[in-house]
Design a protein around this ligand. Structure first.
Ligand code: PEP
Length: 258
């Protein structure tokens, strides 16, 4: 994982309004500054609700904070009669670098298919945003031993339409559904097995050179106490962190795992 800059992304989900979010970002920045954190060694990203993004933008740009931010979802469309949806164009104007697509809470809770996730990833690139494409198996698939095949099919389906050039910057997050918000973290071996298989799939879909550039994250109950062992996997390039990203000291400790 040496050639790839590790990425730690905090997915706040539907937590923290814009005032609370501003407070968290300030505290996170202070903590990282105190620790003399170098963004070139580990990239730090926060992923707040849409309604916080303008406040986060003001703070990050105004105070020149050394962190990046993104959104939790976007519409596959650019504008028009799509009540309640948010365009990638708007997110780009708010200074977002990243956008999460295909989180299991959207796949399961909103019936999102690989096809829809792929169209969102394509829309992200249309607006200069980097998609963090989430994949991961449920408990039944894991227990049946079919997790690798399941995840690789999701990777292929969710990246349909992503060009070889775009694929060089894409981020893939492996998040076993049974480990999200459950406190049950995958073993380092489990995380490494699937992240390596994802990289192999990327090599097959694009090229070995491209696969070597892509950051593959693990997500599922990552905390400061387990992040180092997860990050020891050669193909694990970072983490997508839910619950633990709501506490600035804890998230900063995750970012400072090295
Ligand atoms: C997530 O929401 O992507 C996630 C991994 O959540 P948690 O860290 O709380 O399991």
């Amino acid at each position: 994982a040496q050639a790839r800059t590790p990425l730690m992304a905090g997915n706040w989900k539907m937590n923290l309004d814009h005032r609370q979010g501003t407070h968290l970002v300030q505290k996170l920045d202070w903590t990282l500054r105190d620790a003399k954190h170098d963004m070139a060694s580990v990239e730090v990203v926060v992923v707040p609700p849409f309604t916080d993004l303008r406040s986060v933008q003001t703070l990050v740009e105004g105070d020149r904070l050394a962190l990046r931010y993104g959104a939790q979802d976007l519409s596959p469309h650019d504008e028009g009669a799509y009540t309640g949806d948010i365009s990638g164009a708007f997110l780009a104007k708010l200074g977002c670098t990243y956008v999460v697509v295909g989180h299991s809470e959207r796949r399961d809770g909103h019936g999102e298919s690989d096809e829809l996730v792929a169209s969102k990833a394509v829309a992200a690139y249309r607006h200069g945003l980097v998609p963090i494409v989430c994949v991961g198996e449920g408990l039944e698939v894991r227990q049946a031993g079919e997790h690798v095949a399941h995840v690789l099919a999701q990777v292929e389906g969710s990246l349909a339409g992503i060009t070889p050039e775009q694929a060089q910057t894409v981020v893939v997050a492996y998040e076993p559904v049974w480990a999200i918000g459950t406190g049950e973290v995958a073993t380092p071996e489990d995380a490494q097995e699937v992240c390596a298989a994802i990289r192999g799939k990327l090599a097959e879909l694009y090229s070995v050179e491209t696969a070597d550039k892509v950051r593959v994250l693990y997500g599922g109950s990552v905390k400061s106490g387990n992040v180092a062992s997860i990050m020891a996997g050669a193909d694990v390039d970072g983490a997508l962190v839910g619950g633990a990203s709501l506490q600035p000291e804890e998230f900063a400790a995750i970012c400072r795992y090295q």
